[in-house]
Design a protein around this ligand. Structure first.
Ligand code: FES
Length: 95
């Protein structure tokens, strides 16, 4: 049995989503990884769910008994980063 995580533990550090945020999404009706992602942004950061998805699945299992197959997987997206207008305009092209 997995150890229960404290509510202030960060699940997705890039989007600053905590265990409490995931639990609140579940209270609002989220039942799988994708619906958690849509409500909280967990999994939308740089890791794209590679590190945080297992924690989301764990919380779903502990809170409402959803197994990993039912919890599903997040849909990967192309990683995106902020780009300056200068970069778009050709400055720092070689950096
Ligand atoms: S830790 Fe943020 S997307 Fe996975």
């Amino acid at each position: 049995m997995d150890e229960k995580l404290k509510d202030d533990v960060l699940v997705c550090r890039c989007e600053e989503v905590t265990v409490a945020d995931i639990k609140e999404a579940i209270k609002q009706g989220a039942r799988d990884v994708t619906s958690i992602k849509l409500r909280t942004r967990a999994g939308m950061g740089l890791c794209q769910g590679r590190t945080c998805e297992a924690l989301v699945q764990q919380i779903l299992r502990q809170e409402i008994g959803v197994n990993p197959q039912e919890a599903g997987f997040s849909t990967p997206r192309t990683p995106q980063r902020p780009v300056t207008f200068g970069t778009l305009g050709g400055e720092n092209f070689n950096e």
